[in-house]
Write a protein that binds this ligand. Structure first.
Ligand SMILES: [Zn+2]
Length: 263
């Protein structure tokens, strides 16, 4: 079958662009979609539940994987990547034709691990500020397994990091809900002045019409385009990893790095 090519450039073709369902509901595991663009073995879908690599500079997280199904045939989606504003799904086989209706399924085990990692990252961000008086030295970035946060803090000891871990796990055992929501940019600006947001994120916000926030319990809302769990309990447990016999690592400029996993 001849693969139909699409013109290069531009985010919207034929008035269509992808509905990013994962930003509205991170728990969606499947959706129906139409193929709205085909480019080699990459396709663009009318709707997707796959969070792509490069979703935004606000807390990048590893791409999702999944499968699309057409007429009972399963095609693996090895990754979803945001390219020039479009979400491209990389298929392992020849794609269905333009306009085809497909069912899209998410690799949920992988995604759920990212959701727990991402949520734990925000918890440690809040607690670092609250307990250590630390600010983020760099924007947060969620990783597949070991995730880290880089902090600006003058003094840090293993005992304080141990205490951070202890309080984090106490919070995880409490019934603390996490909400995600969009605000129009004008309304969002009020929150953006918060110390929880870095300069680069303020720049990002000025370029968008709607801004997505993640709000954990009573902590201030944070600009975030990642996927998070609904209740902190789902994180289960955070374990801070040591390096060279210490619970944190001192990086260039005196930045303190705390690495962790969820277990
Ligand atoms: Zn985030």
């Amino acid at each position: 079958m001849k693969v139909q090519k699409i013109p290069q450039g531009g985010q919207v073709r034929g008035g269509k662009m992808t509905e990013r369902l994962y930003l509205e509901d991170s728990y969606l595991k499947e959706c129906k979609a139409e193929i709205i663009a085909v480019e080699g073995r990459k396709v663009e879908l009318s709707h997707t539940i796959l969070n792509p690599h490069g979703e935004s500079s606000a807390h990048p997280q590893p791409h999702d994987k999944g499968v699309i199904v057409i007429n009972g045939k399963m095609i693996d989606v090895s990754k979803a990547v945001k390219e020039d504003g479009r979400i491209m799904h990389y298929l392992k086989e020849k794609p269905p034709p333009l306009g085809a209706s497909v069912d899209c399924f998410l690799d949920w085990a992988r995604r759920y691990r990212m959701m727990r990692n991402h949520t734990a990252m925000h918890l440690l961000q809040h607690l670092s500020e609250e307990l250590l008086g630390a600010h983020l030295a760099k924007d947060l970035e969620c990783r597949d397994h070991i995730t880290h946060i880089d902090l600006e803090v003058e003094e840090l000891t293993d005992e304080r990091v141990k205490y951070l871990e202890k309080v984090a796990n106490q919070k995880i055992r409490e019934d603390i809900s996490i909400k995600t929501y969009f605000l129009p940019m004008e309304e969002a600006r009020e929150h953006i002045s918060s110390s929880m947001v870095s300069k680069s994120k303020k720049k990002l916000v000025s370029a968008m019409e709607r801004v997505r926030f993640v709000e954990m319990g009573d902590y201030p809302p944070v600009v975030c385009y990642g996927t998070v769990v609904r209740n902190l309990r789902e994180v289960s447990q955070v374990k801070i990893l040591g390096k060279h016999g210490h619970l944190f690592e001192v990086k260039t400029g005196g930045i303190k790095r705390i690495a962790f996993v969820v277990v």
